[in-house]
Write a protein that binds this ligand. Structure first.
Ligand SMILES: Nc1ncnc2c1ncn2[C@@H]1O[C@H](COP(=O)(O)OP(=O)(O)OP(=O)(O)O)[C@@H](O)[C@H]1O
Ligand SMILES: [Mg+2]
Length: 293
């Protein structure tokens, strides 16, 4: 049964379907996302937890339209991000999304107040209104006593709270946070996670927070676990097992698939309207190994 994607898109802020990302590294390909499916409700605080290399940052980049997926789609308020051209992607990032990264969100030469005002000024907001909102945000996150401090004059946790204010400056509907507490101690981590919670509750911002730290994820409304580019517990039916084709056109068929499909050392390839059909070839009368010829 095919799902009613339109209906699902209406009920959710973000819908991710069959999401796949393949990076090229020299002649080798890395499959970072293998067909992810999930939704984020409007106003939800979702944490995605997974080990290093599981595809967390890749996923956030796709949802933030900083990069395009290889296949699959992401719907934001029912609109496909993959169909946006460069200009519209930029508008989406500027108007709808706030980003908080592990490090380096702030402009080093500017104090906290100016850092928070900057995105508003760049978006064309008047000076007075920008100043007022920046002060309100910094006060909400208990940073009023650090408004005139530059990033190097503040602690890691303080820097992250200012970074959250910067991300919220233009009132984004979606906040994407990548390992924001990665370099902080336990107490500071709690402070920053509480700040994310405030962003979610008081400003009604939908949040997707990725982390490898399961403790941090407990601040969220819901937790998804990812591993090797897939949501744990989901077996992707569209792509099945993905395999790589190297520069010489050689395809590696995993051992388990070979066993299941009864594939020996030779296969028959047939191009069909569905794609490439790989069938086992009965090799009874053929030598098993090339060295036997
Ligand atoms: N630009 C890139 N080019 C090639 N490979 C990449 C690129 N970015 C990520 N990868 C690879 O894709 C996979 C997923 O990377 P990603 O950065 O999304 O993982 P992660 O879950 O965020 O890990 P971490 O917790 O260490 O930040 C990894 O194997 C990584 O090496
Ligand atoms: Mg990462």
């Amino acid at each position: 049964m095919t799902e009613d994607l339109e209906q699902i898109a209406m009920e959710n802020k973000v819908v991710v379907r069959d999401l796949m990302k393949v990076y090229k590294r020299g002649i080798k390909e890395v499959i970072a996302l293998r067909g992810m499916d999930f939704e984020v409700k409007k106003g939800e605080f979702l944490s995605i937890v997974g080990p290093s290399g599981s595809g967390k940052s890749t996923l956030l980049k796709m949802i933030g339209a900083l990069d395009k997926p290889t296949a699959g789609q992401i719907l934001f308020d029912g609109h496909s991000l993959t169909l946006l051209d460069d200009k519209r992607s930029m508008m989406y990032r500027r108007q709808k999304v706030g980003f908080v990264w592990q490090t380096g969100n702030l402009v080093p030469g500017l104090n906290a107040l100016k850092n928070v005002k900057l995105p508003m000024r760049l978006a064309g907001a008047p000076k007075g209104a920008s100043d007022e909102r920046a002060r309100m945000l910094l006060t909400t996150f208990e940073m009023q006593h650090r408004m005139n401090h530059k990033p190097h004059q503040m602690s890691g946790g303080e820097n992250q709270r200012v970074a959250i204010c910067v991300a919220l400056a233009n009132a984004p509907e979606l906040l994407l946070a990548d390992e924001v507490t990665g370099e902080l101690d336990t107490e500071t981590t709690e402070m920053v996670m509480n700040a994310l919670r405030i962003s979610n509750r008081e400003f009604d911002t939908t949040i997707v927070n990725v982390t490898h730290n399961p403790r941090v994820s407990s601040y969220a409304d819901r937790i998804l676990h990812i591993r090797d580019g897939l949501i744990e517990g989901q077996r992707h039916t569209l792509y099945g097992d993905i395999t790589e084709i190297d520069a010489k056109g050689r395809m590696v068929i995993p051992e388990t698939v070979r066993r299941l499909a009864n594939i020996g050392r030779r296969v028959v390839l047939k191009v069909t309207s569905e794609g490439l059909l790989v069938s086992p070839l009965n090799t009874d009368e053929l030598p098993n190994d090339i060295s036997e010829i």
